[in-house]
Design a protein around this ligand. Structure first.
Ligand code: AMP
Ligand code: MG
Length: 415
């Protein structure tokens, strides 16, 4: 039996960051930028107004007060999206809307609230009414002006290779006018369930059979981790059936099977790996999830890393969480696969009878500045609803025989 750390290290040594591809920016959410993104333009592209009001020369407003307004000639009106023709002369002002480029000659904007313009006047009506405006407050040069390039300067590196695309980064790329971005490709993960008893949801269940939950929980985890799940279906418990189905996943970046890795008579995943590839290891010092086969499945020149998850639904998910998710992150070019760990007080005892690392399904809550971990109930590795309730895994180290209520453990946050 090897440690969780060693198992992870061995698996990660078999996967590598995938080649870059050009993607529409929205599809690239959660992917990693493969090369530096350099701004092709200034943002904003020109000086523009941050307020609705009057663009003018600040010098013209000197001494303006509520009881002693300065009167300026209104020489035009400008909405965002248009340029003012000509230059604004001393003593003149342009009625202007947020985002409109500053007219030549002006250096400040006085908002409507600081003028004598009645509230609620419609755009386009100035010519019909007054052609003068009273300024009630002196403006400093630059007041309410957003400077060209104050956010982004042309030629500046905006995203470095290796940056992860969150919603804000997607927005920044759009603001630069980029419709696509070069990112590391998402890994395709082929997922195969095994077991004579396993049936596809939607089909009738005969006595002795169960529905395939693993293919769905694992596919969902692949997707949530940024990979592309591809389900290969369900294989019978024979070397031939398993091999045939696995061949359908040879063009994937990672093969994941569930079940068939224990010591039972029909646990054939190891046999297949031994015959059609290489077995690296097949047990990990952890609970749940001790039986975990890892190796490479090959056919001709093609070699695909293969994680053989345990069949029990909770073991399967916990093992994928610890080993599959980091493998996907590495292929995506992400280094941040470690989930946040917090110290939490356990509310009940957790036993550790055979010196394995225990990952107990827990509900973590914060009370009086401390995290508390309550177990989700019975911890049977076949009880998938215990996983559905959990928001964390409470970890009991392998060299500790158990923890008592009030003891502190590390808890891994799952969301
Ligand atoms: P095995 O590793 O084949 O001994 O399977 C361990 C347990 O997991 C058995 O009770 C299986 O019926 C169950 N199991 C195996 N595959 C699945 C699956 N795809 N979905 C739900 N349970 C499964
Ligand atoms: Mg089985």
């Amino acid at each position: 039996m090897i440690s969780v750390e060693e198992a992870l290290e061995r698996i990660l040594s078999h996967v590598h960051v995938l080649e870059p591809e050009e993607r529409p920016i929205l599809d690239a959410l959660g992917q990693v930028v493969a090369e530096d993104v350099v701004a092709p333009l200034d943002i904003p592209p020109h000086d523009n107004t941050a307020m609705d009001g009057y663009a003018l020369r600040a010098a013209d407003t000197r001494g303006a007060r509520e009881d002693a307004p300065v009167t300026l000639r209104v020489v035009g009106e400008l909405a965002a999206g248009y340029l003012f023709e000509g230059e604004v002369q001393p003593g003149a002002a342009v009625r202007i809307m947020t985002g409109a480029p500053m007219p030549r000659g002006t250096d400040a904007v006085v908002p409507f609230e600081e003028t004598d313009e009645p509230a609620g006047r419609a755009f386009g009506s100035f010519a019909k009414s007054r052609d003068v405006v009273g300024i009630l407050k002196a403006a400093r040069p630059g007041a309410n002006v957003r400077r060209a390039a104050e956010d982004v300067r042309r030629g500046q590196t905006i995203l470095r290779a290796g940056a992860l695309l969150h919603p804000a980064q997607v927005g920044v790329l759009a603001s630069l006018g980029q419709a696509t971005v070069r990112v590391h490709r998402r890994p395709v993960v082929a997922i195969l369930s095994t077991g004579d008893e396993v049936r596809e949801p939607g089909e009738p269940l005969r006595p002795g059979q169960i529905y395939d939950s693993n293919a769905y929980s694992i596919s969902a985890m692949v997707q949530a981790s940024g990979g592309i799940p591809r389900r290969l279906g369900i294989a019978k418990d024979t070397v031939e059936a398993l091999t045939a189905k696995l061949r359908g996943g040879l063009d994937a970046d990672l093969l994941v099977t569930s079940a068939g890795v224990s010591r039972g008579d029909y646990d054939v995943v190891k046999d297949v790996l031994a015959k059609e590839g290489e077995v690296d290891f097949w047990t990990v010092r952890m609970r749940p999830g001790k039986p975990l086969a890892f190796g490479t499945f090959s056919s001709g020149a093609r070699r695909v890393p293969h994680i053989g998850l345990p069949g029990n639904p909770v073991s399967s998910m916990v093992s994928f969480e610890l080993f599959g998710r980091p493998a996907i992150f590495k292929m995506l070019g992400r280094g941040d696969w470690q989930r946040p760990l917090v110290r939490a007080v356990v509310d009940e005892a957790i036993a550790n009878t055979d010196a394995r690392r225990v990952y107990a399904r827990a509900i973590l809550t914060q009370r009086e500045d401390r995290w508390h971990a309550a177990l989700t109930g019975p911890q049977g590795s076949g009880m998938l609803t215990s996983m559905a309730q959990a928001n964390a895994l409470a970890i009991v180290p392998e060299d500790v025989p158990g923890v008592a209520p009030g003891d502190e453990v590390d808890a891994m946050l799952l969301e």
